[in-house]
Design a protein around this ligand. Structure first.
Ligand code: NAD
Length: 303
């Protein structure tokens, strides 16, 4: 049997939580700048992991219908009443207005919440041709008060511009792959122009960023870990970061980002780690095709 992980001292962690800045969204709501991502955390252990994260000072939890752990996350959130912000995301196969409305209801039921703080379209899936009507469903969910903030994930410039121009509603957040090897400067500039907050998924490059000797050198000079350097870099760039860990000591390390600052030289060094081929995940322009049969049945039901 694996040894139980020791809980770090509570007063230190409460202090860490209090130091996490809040980021103001374009709809007047706010979110903590650091959260816990729970992709690949099994539903069976999600209650324990999320409870540990809340005890460690995390106030933002990032899940998705596609992660299969909304009900486990919901169990932990029920215990931690009002002390959290929950993000969840629509599965690709549920895009389309009516499907989205139903899928949202199912997500909220699994999470055991009446209101979701942030609801995202997980991927644009441009080949499905449904992200605009899906976005209109999110706008309606927000109007109905079921969702505090609405946003998107993995949207590229053309997808963003289309929903903004067609619906007149600017997403509060675009959650994108973002880490030192893949910095997405152009897209971040577009976010800034529209007032969209950038959320970084895989903020540690799934661990790869931590092995870079230039990050380790900064870490050594600051007396911090490589993960703390990368996460501090995200915070200083104004990005919301949602690192994943199921390990209590790492959760504590990843929120202990205060009391030090990176220099402009550190930023310049990390800036140069950006690579054209640095993407880890799928290309959003091509990801999330649905089968021919589903497309045909959609076309028939629309006609
Ligand atoms: P990540 O960059 O958070 O890296 C996670 C990996 O780093 C894990 O292997 C973990 O054990 C390790 N790690 C964490 N803290 C560490 C530390 N202090 N020291 C050493 N290693 C450490 O990658 P991720 O899990 O892919 O992304 C984080 C979250 O982003 C996910 O859980 C999910 O919520 C979200 N996400 C969203 C999308 C999307 O399409 N919207 C896609 C992928 C991930």
């Amino acid at each position: 049997m694996a040894p139980r992980q020791a809980e770090p001292p509570q007063e230190h962690l409460a202090a860490a939580a209090a130091q996490v800045p809040m980021v103001l969204l374009n709809d007047g709501q706010a979110l903590p700048q650091l959260g816990l991502g729970v992709w690949q955390i099994d539903n069976a252990i999600a209650p324990e992991v999320v409870t540990s994260a809340i005890n460690a000072g995390y106030r933002l939890i990032d899940t998705a219908a596609g992660y299969g752990n909304e009900s486990g996350v919901g169990t932990a959130l029920r215990r931690a009443r009002n002390q959290f912000y929950i993000t969840t995301k629509l599965r690709n196969e549920n895009q389309g207005y009516d499907r989205t409305m139903r899928a949202f209801e199912a997500s909220a039921a699994r999470l055991q919440v009446d209101i979701v703080d942030l609801y995202l379209i997980h991927w644009p899936c441009p080949q499905q041709g449904a992200y605009l009507e899906t976005w209109r469903a999110l706008v309606e969910l927000q109007k109905q008060g079921c969702v505090r903030s609405i946003g998107v994930s993995n949207f590229m410039a053309d997808h963003l511009e289309r929903i903004i121009h067609e619906s007149g509603v600017v997403p509060a957040v675009n959650q994108i792959e973002l880490h030192p090897a893949f910095q997405q400067r152009e897209l971040r500039n577009i976010h800034e122009r529209y007032g969209i907050v950038t959320q970084a998924w895989s903020p540690l490059g799934q661990g790869a960023a931590l092995a870079d000797p230039r990050i380790s050198a900064i870490a050594e000079r600051c007396g911090r870990s490589p993960a703390q350097i990368v996460l501090r870099w995200h915070l200083e760039n104004g990005t919301i970061a949602i690192p994943k860990s199921a390990n209590v000591a790492r959760m504590a390390e990843n929120i202990d980002l205060f009391g030090f600052e990176l220099t402009s030289d550190d930023h310049a060094v990390i800036s140069r780690l950006d690579r054209h081929d640095g993407r880890i995940g799928p290309d959003p322009a091509a990801y999330g095709r649905i089968g021919l049969l589903r497309r045909l049945s959609r076309r028939i039901s629309r006609s």
